[in-house]
Design a protein around this ligand. Sequence first.
Ligand code: SAM
Length: 253
Amino acid sequence: MSEVFLLKDGKGRAFLVRPRLGGVFHHHRGTVPHEAILEAGPGGVVRTHLGEPLSVHRPTLEEYVLHMRRSATPTYPKDASAMVALLDLAPGMRVLEAGTGSGGLTLFLARAVGREGLVDTYEKRPHHLKQAVENVRAFWPVDNVRFHEGGLEEAELPQEAYHGVALDLMEPWKVLEKAASALMPDRFLVAYLPNVTQVLETLRAAEGLPLRLERMLEVAWREWEVRLPVAHPRFQQVGHTAFLLAFRKWKAS
Ligand code: SAM
């Protein structure tokens, strides 16, 4: 698998490219042979045949997730990085995830736990899983993610084996009991929920389980337009993405 590059034009528009022999990148202001991109390398600049300059980059994880192919909508990077913090992940830890979707959150989890860690991720839709495997492998060629096809509710999970559980699926309340039993005591289960109705249903499902709600939050992220001498918040912003619920597991007594 060849390396992934990110090209940026003068308007800040970004494009992911995986150069291949004889390949050509098409921009609306001209074309660039893939070889020229490889030659310029990260930090360099290429020009289309019509003279449009494009800067060449190695994509950051945020850039990659925002521009990669998607089967399901990825967890927004601002929320994925907050989930890593709420889960208190560190190198060597084991994480359970569902659903894998396009693999966006999987990448944040896999990088946080590193080479010595492990992400077990479950996805019930085969074509989503296929896209996720492709996305994850193209950016993160490290063998610390195990992809599982199937609903988390049907999975056979070891008890108290995971340092964290990350859920981004429609009906987390259906898998909450199973996920909680796979979680180590005093560790965190974090759910990403776009709708407040999902929040209420999840809170109801947590009653009677060894899970205590520790945090409920939204991640506000306000981008600014800086073109000196002018600087102001952008007129168009990312609005609501999701609520994050962080539960901590009680020890069974
Ligand atoms: N976090 C993902 C990302 O960053 O790309 C996006 C997840 S997407 C919003 C939700 C995914 O959960 C869908 O692909 C769906 O098929 C999957 N899903 C829904 N219920 C599931 C379940 N019970 N077990 C496993 N996967 C499930």
